[in-house]
Design a protein around this ligand. Structure first.
Ligand code: GRE
Length: 332
């Protein structure tokens, strides 16, 4: 399919050679190729896009990114640097690239102001944030965005009418030590990424973020970070047990998915799983994505271009039409 839109597509800062290699060491079989691809925005990437029928890409700064920096001033300075860098880099290709803002998540007001700057000054399409923000004197604290102190930030996301992509990051500090250190092959896509994001998103649901911001639009990748598979069970326990015991969120989990949450195909190229997600979540809430360069254009696009769905129009909806509406994309 031509004109696909891809949404979870990473870049790095070329000056961070060692950081890029450290991350590639855990997640890329060919670290050199990965480092070249993640730093290249307008050459190799455009060739891949042309070859594989991707019309438009929304770029985001690679994980763990600013969420790994526990010093608030340093984190904010890097976020601003990343945003200015990507705005400048894609300026000459407005018909092929957009960007998500990179945000320091130490301070809700500061995050809101930087998002506003990126959307109004640069036309960014929203923000992509890597799960929890490392914080505290030694980086062992984690900031979640599901408490009332973040209402000012979510109100700004809604006011700017943009989407927020909640992306995974690696476990650190005590959590890493206690849960993952002795099971380190499970860090990342096999398990820890989905656990982190699903905890955070369901925390937003149960702590009432979507009740206080009913227009808020959150995107999660990897065909829903395991949540769609558990939807019946989550719904059953919220409605039949947790609400009678005091859980106070107003709608059902299925209603939040229908009104506030989107899932993408990033890094999950399975037709049976996509069909299952269409049944549970609906094709109107699913968006194509690759997860480049952690995944390849070939794997994602050859798969998607060969998918046949029961409702033929769902292929175009998921491949591009839903994204065009959500991100108000013009012609490309
Ligand atoms: C990502 O999307 O950022 C990512 C990684 C590492 C492995 C897989 C992956 O950072 O999707």
């Amino acid at each position: 399919m031509l004109g696909k839109v891809a949404l979870e597509e990473a870049f790095a800062l070329p000056r961070f050679k060692e950081r890029t290699r450290w991350w590639a060491g855990m997640f890329a079989v060919d670290a050199d190729k990965h480092a070249n691809e993640i730093n290249d925005i307008t050459e190799t990437r455009i060739k891949y896009m042309d070859k594989h029928g991707v019309g438009y890409t929304i770029l985001s700064y690679t994980a763990p990114g600013v969420q790994d920096i526990w010093d608030p001033k340093e984190a904010q300075a890097l976020a601003v640097e990343v945003n200015d860098y990507i705005a400048e880099t894609i300026k000459s290709h407005p018909d092929r690239f957009g960007a998500f803002a990179t945000l320091s998540m130490h301070d809700p007001n500061e995050a809101a102001a930087e998002l506003k700057r990126c959307v109004t000054k640069y036309g960014f399409k929203g923000a992509l944030v890597n799960d929890t923000q490392r914080a505290g004197a030694d980086g062992d604290d984690m900031v979640f965005y599901d408490g009332p102190e973040w209402d000012v930030f979510w109100a700004t996301v809604v006011e700017l009418d943009v989407a927020f992509y909640l992306h995974p990051r690696n476990p650190t500090g005590t959590i890493h030590e206690k849960l993952w250190a002795k099971r380190s092959w499970l860090i990342g896509p096999p398990l820890s990424f989905a656990q982190g994001v699903s905890l955070h998103l369901l925390g937003m649901v149960t702590n009432g973020v979507f009740d206080r911001h009913p227009k808020l639009q959150i995107v999660i990748g990897h065909l829903g970070e395991h949540i769609p598979f558990d939807l019946w069970r989550i719904n059953h326990w919220f409605e039949d047990v947790k609400k009678p015991l005091g859980l106070s969120c107003k709608k059902t989990i299925r209603e939040y998915f229908a009104q506030n949450i989107w899932i993408t195909t990033s890094g999950h190229f399975s037709t049976p799983t996509l069909e299952y997600c269409i049944t549970e979540i609906g094709a109107d809430r699913i968006l194509f994505s690759i997860d480049y360069p952690f995944e390849s254009f070939g794997d994602a696009c050859n798969w998607y271009d060969g998918v046949t769905l029961k409702n033929k129009e769902d292929v175009a909806k998921i491949g591009k039409e839903n994204a065009k509406k959500l991100f108000k994309l013009g012609a490309f």
